[in-house]
Design a protein around this ligand. Structure first.
Ligand SMILES: Nc1nc2c(ncn2[C@@H]2O[C@H](COP(=O)(O)OP(=O)(O)OP(=O)(O)O)[C@@H](O)[C@H]2O)c(=O)[nH]1
Ligand SMILES: [Mg+2]
Ligand SMILES: [Zn+2]
Length: 345
């Protein structure tokens, strides 16, 4: 379990980072720049500026380190032994995080420009609740989001795809790009490649929805391992165990991540959560009560809009469930830890 760092430890991390950035600025020959491809416990695979892959140790004072992090690393001096070591994390342009009840806020990926939430049209069963959770987290982190629905080849009836588009019509531009795709037939793959190449992206979502299959289809290679969905539970079997960065031949990077069981949003305030529900915006401030939570209050303009068909009942129901989940977790002991950043960032 990750310990919450004391203020003193947090300061040490910050000072250490600054010292190494200063050292690099003064003499770029002692430290080198790189990017984290994957992190495994006390080690990380990094790529240096020449594109060479190296396994490095991590200096104890580095703090959190995740795929996508830009870093400074120190090569071993020939003849002196030891290992190449990650010495400092450079300032992040973005950080997607999720709260863990025991470990506090956990970083998922650094410096991504677009997070792609992957869900399956068929199996595991499509959950817009988990998509909504990612979308709200992305809005909060200032990261563009897209939604990809995979396995359309498994839809049994010819009209199913149109019905799916109709059901998901609440997603779409300008808020989020929606793609329907099949890694088996190639449907949607070139449009997704056009959308993602040249950018820094992340594939995220439940286990078994087809993230690694999609990655392989996009790259045109069997780069990532793929595992069958369980016949018994209809769920994925957590084949990918570690987030890893891949490069598009035409430029840009894409992170494949392990499937999640749930995605808590306890670190978001109600206002933060509502920002992920952009269709509520025209009604905010017009409810009878100023502090309306849009749950069961009388004179709620959001509920009225749902009743009149202006807001999708499915999206609204997801909002209610996330709100209830937030309230339930907040009432439990240990909640403060779940929303605390262990690295103090
Ligand atoms: N028919 C069909 N099967 C697919 C498609 N995409 C993925 N699958 C299958 O779905 C199963 C799970 O695929 P993965 O790519 O391993 O899923 P994942 O999201 O990476 O799963 P985790 O790594 O466990 O998070 C495998 O049996 C794939 O062959 C698709 O578009 N069509
Ligand atoms: Mg996978
Ligand atoms: Zn209201």
């Amino acid at each position: 379990m990750a310990r919450k760092l004391s203020r003193k430890q947090e300061n040490r991390i910050r000072e250490g980072r600054q010292r190494r950035i200063d050292e690099f600025t003064a003499d770029p020959s002692t430290l080198r720049e790189g990017v984290v491809i994957s992190r495994y416990g006390s080690q990380a695979d990094i790529e240096d500026r020449e594109g060479t892959l190296l396994r490095c140790g991590i200096r104890r004072t580095v703090g959190t380190l995740v795929s996508g992090d830009e870093i400074l690393w120190r090569p071993v001096v020939p003849g002196e032994g030891g290992t190449d070591t990650v010495e400092a994390v450079l300032p992040r342009k973005s950080l997607l995080q999720r709260p863990d009840f025991y470990d506090g806020l956990k970083p998922v990926a650094a410096n991504i420009e677009v997070a792609v939430v992957v869900a399956s049209a068929v199996q595991p069963e499509l959950s817009t609740n988990i998509i909504d959770r990612y979308l709200a987290a992305c809005v909060h982190a200032g990261i563009e989001a897209a939604v990809i629905i995979t396995k359309t080849d498994l839809l049994p009836d010819p009209g199913d795809e149109d019905r799916l588009r109709e059901r998901l019509s609440f997603y779409g531009e300008p808020h989020v790009r929606l793609f329907l795709a099949s890694s088996a037939t190639g449907q949607g793959i070139s449009a997704i490649r056009d959308f993602l190449s040249g950018r820094r992206s992340l594939l995220a979502g439940q286990s078994g929805v087809g993230k690694s299959s999609l990655l392989n289809a996009l790259l045109g290679s069997a780069a990532a391992e793929v595992g069958a969905v369980s016949d018994v539970s209809g769920l994925g079997q957590h084949t990918t165990t570690c987030t890893r960065m891949y490069r598009f031949p035409e430029g840009g990077t894409i992170l494949d991540s392990p499937g999640v069981r749930e995605f808590g949003l306890w670190h978001l305030s109600r206002e933060d959560l509502i920002r992920g529900y952009w269709e509520f915006a025209p009604y905010l401030g017009t409810c009878r009560f100023k502090d309306c939570r849009h749950q069961n209050e009388k004179g709620c303009a959001v509920r009225q809009a749902v009743a009149e068909g202006q807001i999708s009942p499915e999206r609204y129901d997801n909002y209610l469930r996330i709100l209830e989940d937030q309230e339930q977790v907040r009432s439990r002991a240990g909640f403060r830890r779940a929303c605390t950043d262990p690295a103090g960032r």
